[in-house]
Design a protein around this ligand. Structure first.
Ligand code: GLU
Length: 315
């Protein structure tokens, strides 16, 4: 639980891997409305560490898309890649505690070791048989040119989520020793955990596909002696085939709607409908009206389907 005297702070944390689509927009609108309703400080943190998916040319687009919808932020943090010193320190601490070991296996080798080869939504499982026999020894100076995995303990990690309730995760069984560092720098789990802690983020709002990641981040934070934020994992927007919104569902990029003359307030009205907020006029909703009428208690806790009618309505 955050300390009541601490500033409550949340972050919009887009990865500039492409233009924002309707699903991202809905999650950001919820994050923004919660922050504005509850007086949280809201910071923008562009997460440009997601190699090789990052497309630097989309950084400005992400800011423009948010601003077009009317979602603002109190300040922008430097790009995630601009200062890796805290992540490096964290990597050193974890290695010194004997909770990390270097791993030279390729992805294919990790995959080949699986009894039933498949990739889960949450990533590739690292079989316990792959763990080197000396894993667990304290390492003073980890070579950061290598890949490092977190030595996962056989324990249950409970994530208490404000929207999803309490969920128990067995990280050792589901995913195993996961990567926290690669030759390119901190892996997502470590980078996000460290950044949320150093920026004093008390409330993380994001898609519920990241709920299993919250368990890994909590475990890393506890190992580092750092507090975990409160979690708010919101249901995702899916296509009619039930899959997570992607290119195959058509062009749902905000920039495409903007360029073809769709009004931002019409997009907000759809996002509102997906969040239990009806526009008074039916077809237009400003960001301010969204924040006024949004209620976390009315947020449907089931995934939303983008239908052909929604699509037609926007275009
Ligand atoms: N940058 C991540 C993404 O856009 C989100 C990370 C997070 O919220 O923890 O998928």
């Amino acid at each position: 639980m955050p300390d009541p005297d601490r500033t409550l702070r949340s972050r919009l944390a887009p990865s500039p891997t492409g233009a924002l689509h309707l699903g991202n927009a809905r999650t950001f609108a919820i994050n923004w409305a919660l922050a504005r309703q509850r007086g949280w400080e809201l910071v923008l943190r562009i997460e440009d560490l997601d190699h090789p998916r990052v497309k630097p040319e989309t950084i400005d687009l992400v800011r423009d898309d948010l601003a077009w919808l009317g979602l603002d932020w109190d300040r922008e943090l430097p790009l995630q890649s601009s200062d890796l010193s805290d992540a490096q320190d964290a990597m050193h601490t974890i290695a010194r505690l004997g909770r990390a070991f270097p791993c030279a296996l390729t992805r294919r080798e990790v995959q080949a070791a699986q009894s039933a080869p498949h990739e889960q939504e949450q990533g590739l499982r690292y079989e316990p048989t792959l763990r080197p026999s000396n894993a667990g020894i304290a390492i003073e100076n980890p070579n950061l040119e290598e890949t490092w995995r977190f030595l996962v303990q056989p324990e249950i990690e409970i994530v208490s989520d404000e929207i999803q309730g309490a969920h128990a995760f067995n990280i050792a069984e589901s995913i195993g020793d996961f990567p926290i560092w690669t030759s390119r720098g901190p892996a997502y789990q470590l980078a996000v955990a460290v950044d949320d802690a150093r920026h004093g983020i008390t409330d993380v709002v994001r898609g519920n596909d990241l709920l299993p990641s919250a368990a890994r981040q909590q475990s890393l934070l506890r190992t580092l002696g750092l507090p975990s934020p409160r979690w708010w994992h919101v249901p995702l927007v899916r296509g009619e085939d039930g899959r997570r919104l992607a290119k195959r569902h058509g062009d749902t990029r905000l920039s495409t709607f903007r360029d073809s003359g769709t009004k931002a307030e019409r997009v907000m009205a759809l996002l509102g409908r997906w969040c239990g907020v009806e526009a008074e006029s039916g077809d237009r909703l400003s960001a301010a009206e969204f924040a006024e009428r949004f209620s976390i208690d009315n947020l449907p806790n089931r995934d939303i389907t983008l239908t052909q009618e929604d699509f037609a309505w926007l275009t």
